[in-house]
Design a protein around this ligand. Structure first.
Ligand SMILES: C[S@@+](CC[C@H](N)C(=O)[O-])C[C@H]1O[C@@H](n2cnc3c(N)ncnc32)[C@H](O)[C@@H]1O
Length: 225
């Protein structure tokens, strides 16, 4: 086979792979996410992540009066449980049903109230002026149509939105060039949305809660006007 043929077949194969991904239904895509995170958060006892609550959430929530909190992509509940232990009325959602069940079991064991839903970023009903705090921690780069408007609508005036995730430079350093959020993209989304005050926005080195390695991370806290 000459080089021309080889390149042709490589393009053909990658085209099929893309087609295969493109033809997944929403439920198939959600099932993949569910399986992947149930495996990491529940089954794989060697999976490396910070089982204590996220530091930005701990710092930020400690200086405000507890109210109603929403933990987006709550995982196995480390952050939701922390908030519930500290007097917050907590709701969390995630696709990973067995991780959520683990959080529920822990809440029951500690006699804490915790409302949970099995839902995706897209189909969760965020509601209107519901939340004093929304956490979006290690749940990706908010690539969901209209999400900044939904977050704004669902926060009470003065409510906080807390975000932490990998910067794109971290993705590149891990050989995952499309992983992580690009410079200022998360902040700009909310600046363009309007109606928020940026209380904290930093792109700096820190120990990532997932993987526990040092990487460039994005930290953001904003409040709804
Ligand atoms: C890295 S874990 C973070 C979990 C938790 N926020 C924490 O900080 O421990 C990512 C979580 O996002 C959830 N997730 C990923 N894509 C999702 C989607 N489209 N809708 C809802 N949850 C999703 C996964 O199931 C997983 O629990």
């Amino acid at each position: 086979m000459n080089l021309g043929h080889l390149i042709f077949y490589l393009i053909l194969i990658s085209g099929f792979q893309l087609c295969g991904q493109a033809t997944l239904t929403t439920e198939e895509r959600n099932q993949r996410i569910r399986d992947r995170w149930n495996r990491s958060l529940v089954d794989d006892t060697n999976y490396s992540f910070n089982k204590a609550a996220n530091n930005l959430l701990v710092q930020t929530s400690s200086s405000v009066k507890p109210g109603k909190a929403l933990c987006v992509a709550m995982g196995q509940g480390r952050n939701a449980l922390f908030l519930a232990r500290n007097g917050w009325e907590v709701t969390g959602f995630d696709l990973a049903d067995r991780a959520v069940a683990q959080a529920k079991a822990k809440a029951l064991e500690e006699n804490l109230s915790l409302t949970t839903h099995i839902a995706s970023f897209k189909n969760f009903e965020y509601g209107s002026e519901q939340w004093d705090l929304i956490s979006w921690l290690y749940g990706g780069c908010l690539n969901i149509d209209g999400i900044s408007a939904k977050i704004k609508e669902s926060l009470k005036p003065g409510g906080l939105f807390i975000f932490e995730f990998f910067h794109r430079e971290a993705g590149i350093s891990m050989d995952r060039p499309s992983f992580g959020c690009t410079t200022n993209s998360i902040r700009d989304m909310f600046v363009h949305e309007g109606g928020f005050e940026i209380l904290l926005y930093e792109e700096k080195e820190g120990v990532a809660d997932y993987g526990l390695d040092k990487h460039k991370l994005i930290y953001m806290v904003i409040s709804k006007n």
